[in-house]
Design a protein around this ligand. Structure first.
Ligand code: NAI
Ligand code: 15L
Length: 266
């Protein structure tokens, strides 16, 4: 197998549960980590329950690890303090441990909410300035900037996968544009881990949907070619016939995250 030890953080989460079995062919041992319960370790697995904000615990967890799929953290809007701990401090701990221990590559589960304030009339590539729509989006921008810094400073490589909406199927009209099937997610991770040289790359995580807001040409060296399309769900979301779409949830790339009334309140 390509890796001896591959770490997946956020392994108890929605995507972590999907990935748990599907990344097994890539490593002799998959280290599964989360703050939440992960059940019993199966063959080829090791389980580490740890808070990403605990620097010493993160360092210990990463001993012997060759590559990281960093999916752990808070995955929607929350208080700044909570985001600070799990996403900002947590990701900083992952990068510093990776550097100290000689990890070669990280795939960072970034998000479309780094650019959530672009509008449905904007078509952007990875060079577009970030426009986060939430503290959550700001924390993902921070993670991407850490990736840039560690690449330039230390040669640690990262693919920041700006995931759109990775669920079994799109839940609304916006997700017809942002949907990333689980098969395409796994394919994006495979290309990100095994491409010869990635340096600091940003890849938008979307399937081959009929409408796209994001241009992946700056990540062409990864060779990611999505196979699925949200068009299989067309019947569930009849087109309004309007361009741009007048539905409020489709005004911004970040959907509801960008709408003022959903700003997180303590
Ligand atoms: P999720 O919320 O189901 O999973 C995140 C996991 O991280 C949870 O199991 C949680 O217990 C763990 N976690 C939270 N704080 C932690 C801490 N301090 N220490 C250790 N573990 C902690 O989210 P989901 O959907 O599985 O997403 C996984 C990753 O992908 C997240 O980083 C999310 O931001 C990102 N993402 C997901 C998208 C999607 O469509 N599902 C879209 C864009 C980004
Ligand atoms: C995300 O970043 C979230 O983690 C996920 O729960 C969805 O809200 C997704 O973006 C989305 O924008 O659909």
């Amino acid at each position: 197998k390509p890796f001896k030890r591959l770490l997946l953080t956020g392994a108890a989460g929605g995507l972590g549960k999907v990935l748990r079995d599907r990344i097994k062919p890539w490593a002799d041992v998959v280290v599964l980590s989360d703050i939440a319960d992960l059940g019993e370790a199966r063959e080829g697995e090791e389980i580490v329950v740890c808070d990403l904000g605990d620097k010493a615990a993160v360092m210990k967890m990463m001993e012997g690890v060759e590559a990281v799929l960093h999916f752990g953290g808070i995955s929607t809007e929350n208080t700044f303090e909570n985001i600070l701990h799990a996403n900002i401090l947590g990701t900083a701990n992952i990068y510093e441990a990776a550097h100290k221990l000689g990890v070669k590559r990280i795939v960072f589960a970034s998000s479309n909410h780094t650019v959530g304030f672009y509008r449905n009339t904007d078509y952007i590539d990875a060079t577009a300035p970030t426009r986060p729509d939430s503290f959550y989006g700001v924390s993902k921008c921070f993670g991407e900037q850490l990736a840039s810094y560690y690449w330039d400073r230390t040669g640690l490589e990262t693919v920041s996968l700006r995931i759109g909406s990775s669920f079994p199927e799109p839940k609304d009209r916006r997700m017809m544009v942002t949907w990333l099937s689980y098969d395409d997610l796994v394919e994006a991770l495979r290309q990100s881990l095994f491409a010869t040289r990635v340096g600091f790359t940003i890849l938008f995580g979307m399937s081959n949907n009929d409408v796209a807001w994001w241009d992946n040409s700056k990540a062409a060296h990864l060779g990611y070619k999505p196979k699925d399309s949200s068009s299989q769900f067309d019947a569930s979301f009849p087109d309004s016939g309007q361009y741009p779409d007048q539905n409020a949830s489709v005004t911004y790339h970040g959907g509801a995250f960008a709408l003022a009334e959903v700003r997180y309140k303590d």
